[in-house]
Design a protein around this ligand. Structure first.
Ligand code: RUB
Length: 328
């Protein structure tokens, strides 16, 4: 049987970026899997149900390649299917795991905001890039505690996610100054902290986040400004433990220049890489729900907290192709 509309709509929402930001993408994927389970109308047999859930999981994972929160959420929700013996139990396990993922994720963001705010000294100026709901929560909490007096917010070309950040921070009453991405180095001497989010964190502590983050971090390092990354533990990538590189998404050139300009200039090549990698040396701390870590401690999150072993990662090597084996 085909997948229900609710699942197809969430998958298309993620692909077209109506649903965006690694945390929200992950929670929406968990929600989609829950809908898939609740709306399953096929044969009431575990093996059939598993096949159908794997199809839903694969579809969701295929929507955007970079944020590891997406496959991590799918694996979290489906992994308990391993070992279930009847259809009812299988369906219930998906619903429960999806609810648990969403709840844990919301609690993680709250805890990160508490830990992160404490790291910002009273009366500080913060700079942020793109729209990270986790970074926004840290900044908003720090503002409510009198720690932040002003935020420089980049517009984040080409998709302009900075405008979303602007509205969210304003809702909390935070004074925000909007700047073009190219003004970051010029303004950095006024900044006390950079606070950004993450799509994926590797086992050696490199942070993959919105394109331009590494330039912001470079300018911050030059100016001796601290860089904090606010990220839930499901943004750490198990595959990087076995040497896998993070795939950087390239999007449509029309996000960079309009179609009519492209038509007028045939032969011009436009590149639109939408994430970049900031090496651990440029990051002062990663703020997770498990505490504030130096980036080099990322491996501890993967092994100690998320329980990944090299053996268990083996099957995840190609998560989409091996999803069946992960939940077998
Ligand atoms: C969003 C982005 C955000 C991270 C973290 O990219 O890079 O900084 O996803 O966000 P896009 P959050 O707009 O392309 O999805 O903290 O909300 O998970």
């Amino acid at each position: 049987m085909g997948l229900p509309n609710s699942v197809l709509q969430i998958a298309s929402g993620i692909k077209t970026m109506k649903i965006r930001g690694a945390g929200r993408i992950a929670r929406s994927a968990a929600e989609a899997l829950k809908y898939a389970a609740l709306e399953y109308g096929g044969v009431r047999e575990v093996s059939e149900f598993k096949k159908y859930m794997v199809e839903a999981g694969k579809l969701l994972i295929s929507t955007r390649p970079t944020a590891v929160s997406l496959p991590n959420a799918v694996i979290f929700v489906l992994r308990n299917l391993r070992g279930v013996s009847n259809y009812e139990e299988a369906r219930e396990s998906v619903v429960k795991a999806a609810d648990a993922f969403i709840k844990n994720s919301e609690e993680a963001v709250k805890r990160i905001s508490e830990y992160g705010a404490k790291r910002i000294k009273e009366g500080s100026v913060v700079l942020t890039h793109c729209h990270s709901s986790t970074a926004v929560e840290v900044i908003a909490r720090a503002y409510s505690e009198g720690r932040v007096v002003k935020v420089y917010n980049t517009e984040t070309r080409p998709f302009l996610q900075g405008r979303i950040t602007f509205t969210h921070l304003r809702k909390y009453g935070v004074p925000v100054v909007q700047i073009p991405d190219s003004a970051v180095r010029y303004i950095m001497h006024e900044v006390d902290y950079v606070v950004v989010g993450a799509d994926t964190i590797t086992s050696n502590g490199a942070v993959v986040n919105k394109i331009g983050t590494s330039q912001v971090a470079l300018a911050a390092k030059e100016a001796r400004v601290r860089v904090y990354v606010a990220a839930e533990s499901y943004k750490f990538s198990p595959l990087t433990l076995i040497g896998e590189l993070v795939k950087i998404e390239y999007r449509d050139p029309e996000e960079v220049v309009p179609r009519d300009w492209l038509d007028k200039h045939p032969g011009v090549r436009v590149l639109n890489p939408v994430f970049d990698v900031t090496p651990p040396d440029y990051i002062d701390a990663i703020i997770t729900e498990y505490g504030v870590l130096p980036p080099q401690a990322s491996i501890l999150i993967l092994i100690d907290k998320l329980g990944w072993t090299l053996e268990s990662i083996k099957y995840s090597e190609n998560i989409v192709e091996n999803l069946e084996k992960i939940i077998e």
